[in-house]
Write a protein of this length. Structure first.
Lengths: 259, 259
């Protein structure tokens, strides 16, 4: 994986990738609800999401994907496939990716025993206590069955409420850089009318990323101009330039997209 | 890319990957709304979505991702980055991926001229008429600026209404295999109680994929059991086995998830 920044004053970004494991997302049956939350929450802690992959419940694919991404990014987050059924193969696949054995973790077993009761600790439920050797558990306050972290890979549940509680519990303990701040200015002009002016502004500021996202709604055409960067004062300056540009085009800049 | 099936009786699946290009999805600001529609619609035409990547508006990343995926899958669909602004770099990047020049396409130019009027065909708007050499246009009935197909790569807009109309216009002309059919049975039992029985049923049927997706809502715990395969009669048989399993556990199988 890339080297971590040396200090909190270092401006090198801390990066992450996410692997969404699940045939149900790929088939279109279920809409992913985890990426937006994870990306936003990680950014609060100075970790920037740089790539996401949605892959099927296929062992070889999980192994290859995780092994590629954990070399490229500081952190890799996986969601899905850590339940008790036959199609839950994430923990086993991650152990194979790291070439370590997998076994029932005593702490995870204790959590499940407390949750289900000693008499109901079935074989299927004990599957959820299996973690790769050397992994650290990630707390699941909701349904107890934990996630885990091994190396720079964090393995989380796919059910959105559980995934949210897991990311909330691990994010504060990760090493992050400067959070990316963003400002949005809405222009009620066609994107193609503002394009040249926008390019000129972008070329003046190389540490602020300007994205233009057009919208079309009930007789209204416009674009949300989204600025992203780590320097709040500089963002404010670019907001000023953008507002002048929009006024030069005869429109009034808005701070919010009209409903 | 993998070889196409020889005939419509061939059971080899026709596969696709999707590349969602856009910093706004990666940052969590915007929720992707295209994957679920594209996957469902392509499946109607016998094309199975096998991998999705969300990547930033970075030329080298777009080139490497598209070149990797177009070798692995029959079709690659991209969304995003074909508008008129400086951050719209998809068409240029695809041309570089295929090592072909990019130029203004006369047909695309004519479409834009008709839409905006000859006097308003600005430099920024003409950017949207640039397509790689050898590409075929994809119709955009909504805002005219077309997508395009080059080789097995189909380049579409990111705005969901436009993307939907583009996929509807191209899907029928693609070569597909047998559509994957699906059936869902809902069990109001804990997933961990049904896991062993489910694994036994799965082991009987190697051409039907059984997925188990737990849910937790207002005092109700259960799992949606989703069967996927191309043989309708066989799916029906597996549905029968699942319903027996659920009844053996003392619950009544449901055809729909309770609200």
């Amino acid at each position: 994986m890339p080297e971590m920044p040396d200090s909190i004053d270092d401006t090198s970004p801390v990066t992450a990738a996410m692997v969404i494991i699940g045939n149900e997302i790929l088939s279109g049956r279920t809409q992913d609800a985890n990426l937006a939350y994870a990306a936003t929450r990680l950014n609060d802690f100075g970790i920037q999401m740089r790539e996401v992959r949605v892959i099927p419940d296929v062992e070889a694919t999980i192994i290859a994907t995780v092994n590629e991404l954990r070399q490229k990014f500081h952190y890799v987050f996986t969601t899905g496939g850590i339940g008790p059924t036959h199609d839950d193969i994430t923990a086993e696949s991650i152990a194979k990716a790291f070439k370590v054995p997998i076994a029932i973790d005593p702490m995870a077993r204790a959590l499940l025993k407390e949750h289900y009761g000693a008499d109901n600790l079935t074989e299927a439920r004990l599957r959820m206590a299996r973690v790769p050797e050397g992994a650290v558990l990630i707390d699941n306050p909701l349904s107890r069955a934990p996630g885990f972290q091994i190396g720079n890979v964090l393995v989380m549940a796919g059910v959105p409420v559980v995934m949210k509680s897991m990311i909330d519990s691990v994010a504060p303990r990760l090493i992050g850089g400067n959070p990316v701040l963003s400002r949005t200015v809405t222009a009620l002009v066609r994107e193609s009318d503002i394009a040249i002016g926008l390019e000129n502004i972008q070329s003046k500021y190389d540490t602020v990323e300007i994205g233009s996202y057009p919208f079309f709604k009930k007789n209204m055409v416009g674009a949300n101009l989204v600025l992203r960067g780590t320097d709040a004062a500089l963002l404010e300056q670019v907001v000023g330039d953008l507002k002048s540009l929009i006024r030069d085009l005869g429109a009034e800049p808005l701070d919010e997209t009209p409903a």
